[in-house]
Design a protein around this ligand. Structure first.
Ligand SMILES: Nc1ncnc2c1ncn2[C@@H]1O[C@H](COP(=O)(O)OP(=O)(O)OP(=O)(O)O)[C@@H](O)[C@H]1O
Ligand SMILES: [Mg+2]
Length: 261
């Protein structure tokens, strides 16, 4: 099992879009994937077509066990996945997660690690979506993930959040950032293409060589899939961003699992 987190301290940097698209793409390929929504905004939960629930907060508080925190949605996209051997399950979020923002990181991280240990045999990938702004929720995410990827959305101050995540991981001695990639890239803009290249170069790959090659193109399909509450790879697999997320999933899958040493 590989534990992947998408993190960036800047709001609106495509963390949730990337978490859901990569997780759904991996599930589509027959991987068993557990999404963990740790953002009090519960955007991932809603974008996946589910209702916010207190499951994540109750689990972190120790009120319920891991098995009770995992939602196995019966919906439009779980049947084709099951036929393929894949699964896309979710630990849903709600506003109640706000109470953990200022909590001790170690306690929260221990509880998250206990969740990961409990589901180790059931999933190939766990994908954690973290909130913006530095908080115990973000630090605990960085501390419990094996791989941290930073999406950087094109726009003013785009790189600030990347620098912040790298610094936070250094300060707390957590997993170093595994990769960074640009999102919302307009291919007719030289600025966007330059940014994409620059972002990729900021974090070397696991072999010390080049970083991620993929960047994600801007398309209205992303917003449409959110409104439809259907993960992008199921909503429109032919869309540019879905193709780019498939390429990103390829790159991530091709990397060695940090857990198998
Ligand atoms: N490739 C894309 N093309 C067009 N729009 C996109 C793309 N990726 C993300 N967006 C849009 O950018 C906005 C922010 O994306 P998202 O919610 O994934 O960011 P976030 O980092 O999770 O935000 P927050 O910090 O609030 O959690 C969304 O409205 C989404 O529709
Ligand atoms: Mg988000």
């Amino acid at each position: 099992m590989r534990v992947i987190a998408f993190s960036n301290l800047k709001g609106g940097s495509s963390k949730t879009t990337s978490s859901l698209a990569v997780a759904a793409e991996l599930a589509r390929r027959g991987r068993r994937v557990l999404l963990v929504d740790l953002d009090p905004q519960a955007t991932l939960t809603k974008s996946a077509g589910l209702d916010p629930s207190h499951a994540a907060a109750q689990y972190l508080k120790g009120e319920i066990e891991a098995a009770a925190a995992v939602l196995r949605p019966e919906g439009l996209w779980d049947k084709p996945l099951a036929e393929n051997g894949g699964a896309l399950h979710l630990v849903p979020a709600s506003r109640q997660l706000v109470q953990f923002e200022g909590q001790a990181v170690a306690r929260l991280a221990n509880r998250l690690v206990a969740l990961l240990d409990a589901v180790e045999a059931d999933y190939d990938f766990v994908v954690i979506d973290s909130p913006p702004q530095a908080s115990a929720l973000v630090t605990a995410t960085l501390a419990s993930a094996d791989e941290v990827y930073v999406p950087v959305a094109s726009g003013r101050g785009a790189l600030d959040g990347l620098v912040d995540v790298v610094e936070l991981s250094k300060r707390f001695g957590t997993t170093p950032v595994s990769g960074a990639f640009a999102t919302r890239v307009n291919v007719s803009s030289h600025h966007d293409l330059d940014l994409a290249e620059y972002v990729a170069q900021q974090v070397a790959g696991p072999d010390g060589e080049g970083g991620l090659k993929t960047y994600i193109r801007e398309t209205v399909r992303v917003r449409e899939s959110e409104m439809a509450r259907v993960p992008l790879p199921f909503y429109d697999r032919a869309s540019t961003a879905a193709q780019d997320y498939a390429a990103l999933a390829d790159e991530i899958e091709a990397r060695p699992s940090p857990r198998i040493i």
